[in-house]
Design a protein around this ligand. Structure first.
Ligand code: HEM
Ligand code: HEM
Length: 191
């Protein structure tokens, strides 16, 4: 549970006790895309050369889709679209959850930003579904060297591992709520 939910409960005692359809769609579509991006990212350097280009191309298109969903999700959350209140008081771990959820947002924003920079630092556009997106700003020379390009790419790859491990911990917490605490936390995000 997040601090926002506690605040919402105080400010908006009539807020629903389940997440709305928009929040659930945003949550699960982001989760599926993050997993797909991780698999594609890990595959792209392990497949025969002829497959590398097409996999990078799908990775970039899905990456732009994920970035759009991420921006929508942050805006949705900041404007209170995700309002929810506790059905029966805060659950154990309620104070830790906002930190964990905030961390997931920061990690996701970081991995997306590094993905764009990794591409643009090679002087190439991010091509999404056939539409090229060139860098909107002139990258400083220091970021455009081959070494910087390689570092940004490998930082992006490492952060991808961090986000997958953090998401696994988050999923384990959700399952703990569902199977041990049986407090409906998973159900309210599921349906
Ligand atoms: C990469 C994958 C994932 C990310 C980045 C992620 C991120 C988040 C974030 C930031 C929230 C806070 C609510 C919001 O702002 O939308 C949240 C809530 C939630 N997530 Fe995930 N999630 C992921 C995968 C999963 C998985 C696999 C499960 C279950 C097995 C899950 C279960 C939940 C539940 C139950 C909540 C609601 C918690 C509550 O009501 O306090 N998530 N998730
Ligand atoms: C959560 C989302 C994402 C995950 C989990 C992810 C994961 C990965 C991984 C694991 C790699 C391989 C890195 C390596 O070999 O060291 C990679 C490469 C890459 N990713 Fe992502 N990525 C994500 C989002 C994005 C986004 C949003 C973009 C840009 C729009 C992007 C652009 C790239 C580029 C340009 C490469 C290098 C491709 C090459 O070697 O030619 N990624 N990604």
């Amino acid at each position: 549970m997040s601090g926002f939910e506690v605040i919402d409960a105080v400010r908006a005692p009539t807020a629903p006790v389940r997440y709305g359809a928009e929040t659930r769609w945003l949550h699960w579509s982001c989760a599926v895309l993050i997993l797909a991006q991780f698999v594609l990212g890990e595959l792209m350097h392990r497949v025969p050369h002829a497959w590398h280009g097409p996999i990078v191309s799908v990775h970039l298109s899905l990456g732009v889709l994920l970035a759009a969903l991420f921006v929508t999700r942050v805006a949705w959350r900041l404007t209170g679209g995700r309002a929810i209140r506790f059905a029966a008081g805060p659950a154990p771990g309620a104070r830790l959850a906002p930190l964990a959820h905030g961390g997931l947002y920061v990690l996701l924003g970081g991995v997306i930003a590094l993905g764009y920079l990794a591409r643009w630092s090679a002087g190439q556009p991010v091509v999404a579904f056939g539409v090229p997106i060139a860098s909107p700003f002139a990258l400083p020379f220091a970021l455009m060297s081959p070494v910087a390009h390689q570092r940004l790419g490998s930082l992006h790859g490492w952060l991808a591992w961090v986000i997958i491990i953090a998401a696994l911990g988050h999923a384990a917490a959700a399952l703990y709520h569902a199977l041990v605490l049986r407090d409906g936390v998973l159900r309210r995000m599921w349906r």
